[in-house]
Design a protein around this ligand. Structure first.
Ligand code: GLA
Length: 387
């Protein structure tokens, strides 16, 4: 057992005593396919070696008693009356999951839980999806039922949409639950079918660079982008029949009928339509072993997110441009919702140290901030951890 998992277990013994079950749920990094999930398109994320851990046991009353090691704080609620805790917002992910599970007809038991995680918060690596999926598995473990993984992802997304109030797509919860070691998942966000594709190998590394900035804008701009995409579908339906989402529009169709849309809406739609296409082509390139082609598509994705979708920011652009300048970097782009957070780069194994040195130097010089840079491995989705 890792020492950090041991720390969660020790804290459980100290606070609650008795037997516990250990559950883990990972964060994620998306390699390509950004802002496509809520347009019923394609995404290509990996679950990473940063995760949230829960040590849990059932209670005989209807209370849920939570202790967070990261925040050194407690929060408690009753399954009979689930409300938000404004003072301990980290607990709202667990509360939201409990509410959604009960609404879906699952009978929950009360629970004692110690929670600890190392997914950086607010960095675009889906610490919230990891909390939600971890909480869902924790309730499964103490209550004695099991939810099929894809349904679990949907329920966790619902908790985020309805309880936490962020209108996110399905990608983060899906990959946190269903990720596969050594693989990225090509997920069709309409049908929720998926295919694991090997990534990494010995030759390349997935490198995340955290800008350490987060714009308050992220939630409101996110919901605005969603609305713009929906508007584009309504307008394009004037001429294109059978389109339920931007997923159904090809780049050629958009070029032919873009005159129906105002400039901003057209650029938003162009990002989504070309990004779906890039996502599918990048996976083909990877399968064919063409890492160079994969990397170029990542770079194009960044440019599209920066210029058409307008969800990048100066700090992310600086990190990406610094990465593009390092020999051995196959591709680099912002990842996640944007407006701060992280970049993801595909880097030849022997170029990682140079990446660290040069990207850090360029970023520090331009912004006065030190980025956090780490090499990620692709891991399995959530599960019961070693006892
Ligand atoms: C956030 C959301 C996801 C997805 C990405 C952008 O991470 O939670 O559903 O929309 O942004 O690709």
């Amino acid at each position: 057992m890792t020492t950090r998992m041991q720390a969660v277990r020790d804290e459980f013994a100290r606070v609650f005593g008795g037997e516990c079950t250990l559950v883990r749920a990972p964060g994620r990094v998306n390699l390509i396919g950004e802002h496509t999930d809520y347009n019923e398109g394609f995404v290509f994320p990996v679950a990473i070696d940063r995760e949230v851990r829960f040590a849990v046991s059932p209670r005989d009353d209807r209370k849920v008693v939570l202790r967070s090691l990261n925040f050194d704080a407690e929060s408690e609620f009753s399954l009979s009356n689930i409300t938000k805790d404004a003072d301990q917002p980290w607990s709202n992910y667990v509360r939201g999951i409990a509410a959604v599970l009960q609404d879906a007809g699952h009978v929950l038991r009360g629970m004692n839980a110690v929670i600890e995680g190392n997914v950086p918060l607010g960095s675009g690596l889906s610490s919230s999806a990891a909390m939600e999926i971890g909480a869902l598995l924790a309730f499964e473990a103490v209550s004695g039922f099991q939810i099929a993984p894809v349904s679990a992802a949907r329920l966790a997304q619902k908790a985020e949409n309805q309880f936490v109030g962020v209108n996110c797509g399905i990608m983060d919860q899906f990959i946190s639950r269903l990720g596969r070691k050594g693989h990225a998942l090509l997920i069709d966000c309409r049908t929720l079918s998926y295919e694991p594709v090997p990534v990494g190998g010995d030759e390349v590394r997935i490198v995340v660079a955290d800008s350490k900035v987060k714009r308050g804008l992220v939630d409101s701009e996110y919901n605005k982008r969603r609305a713009e995409c929906e508007r584009a579908v309504v307008l394009l339906s004037g001429r294109l029949s059978n389109i339920g989402a931007l997923r159904d529009v090809t780049p050629e169709q958009l070029a032919a009928h873009g005159d129906l849309l105002a400039d901003v809406t057209r650029r938003r739609a162009r990002h989504v339509v070309t990004e779906n296409d890039r996502c599918l082509r990048s996976v083909e390139a990877l399968r064919a072993g063409d890492l160079e082609a994969f990397g170029k598509l990542m770079n194009q994705s960044h440019i599209s997110l920066r210029d058409d979708y307008e969800v990048s920011c100066r700090e992310l652009d600086i990190l990406v441009e610094a990465a593009w300048a390092v020999p051995g970097v196959l591709g680099s782009r912002m990842t996640g919702a944007g407006f701060g957070g992280c970049t993801v780069s595909l880097v030849r194994a022997d170029a990682v140290e140079r990446f660290r040195a040069e990207v850090s130097r360029a970023y520090e010089q331009a912004t006065g901030r030190t980025p956090e840079i780490y090499v990620c491995s692709a891991e399995d989705g959530a599960g019961i951890a070693e006892a």
